[in-house]
Design a protein around this ligand. Structure first.
Ligand code: ZN
Ligand code: ZN
Length: 90
């Protein structure tokens, strides 16, 4: 079977489908992959959680944050660690 062999950069290297980083399965540990289990959302914090400290100048809808941990930076490193998950895994 000659399926397309994309995503095979180097020998043994895989791409994590969660964090999009390449890794070698041999060094894949429970702390290899940092990610946010929930989505980056934009809504009023009032809905349920109150992580975001609104300043006096901020409109009440200014809150954008990760639903899991409340991190307000979309580039914030993940709040959870686990194994990388390759595209081969299911
Ligand atoms: Zn998070
Ligand atoms: Zn990963």
């Amino acid at each position: 079977m000659e399926m397309e062999k994309a995503r095979k950069s180097e020998e043994g290297e895989k791409i994590c489908r969660r964090c999009k980083q390449s890794y070698s399965p041999s060094s894949n540990t429970t702390s290899s992959c940092r990610f946010h289990p929930s989505f980056f959302v934009c809504r009023r914090h009032d809905d349920q959680k109150r992580y975001y400290e609104l300043g006096p100048e901020d409109p009440p809808y200014a809150a954008k944050f990760y639903d899991c941990c409340g991190a307000e930076d979309p580039e914030a490193s993940g709040c959870t660690t686990s194994f990388h998950v390759s595209y081969d895994d299911d």
